[in-house]
Design a protein around this ligand. Sequence first.
Ligand SMILES: [Zn+2]
Ligand SMILES: [Zn+2]
Length: 131
Amino acid sequence: MPMRRMTRQRRAVMEVLKSTRSHPDAAWIYQEVKKRVPSISLGTVYRTLDALVKEGKVIALHTGGATRYDAFTHPHAHLVCTACGRVEDLELELPHLLEKAQAQNPAVRLDAVRLTFEGLCADCAQNRLEG
Ligand SMILES: [Zn+2]
Ligand SMILES: [Zn+2]
């Protein structure tokens, strides 16, 4: 595949992912990228996402169902809503958690902390109160 085409597809995937905070799956990303690059295939979207994850530019979230993707790679935690399945960003300070864990487990090499909570998103929590 010519390099220029690859770069364009890659940029489109990145732009689509940065345009949302909904932590979409590959199928949704594919639908959105197709609007910009109609010739792109689902396989290319998967391969592009794979490469971006390996390079640390995108986080892959394994939430039980489909893998979801997040282009915001600053340290943050997630809430998976057990009622509607939505994945939201959570404000949470995690000072030095990685360094502490590394110090206590010197034989392994820790690269990142991924913290996922389960519960109800704001909408579902509100519905629960009203219902
Ligand atoms: Zn919810
Ligand atoms: Zn996130």
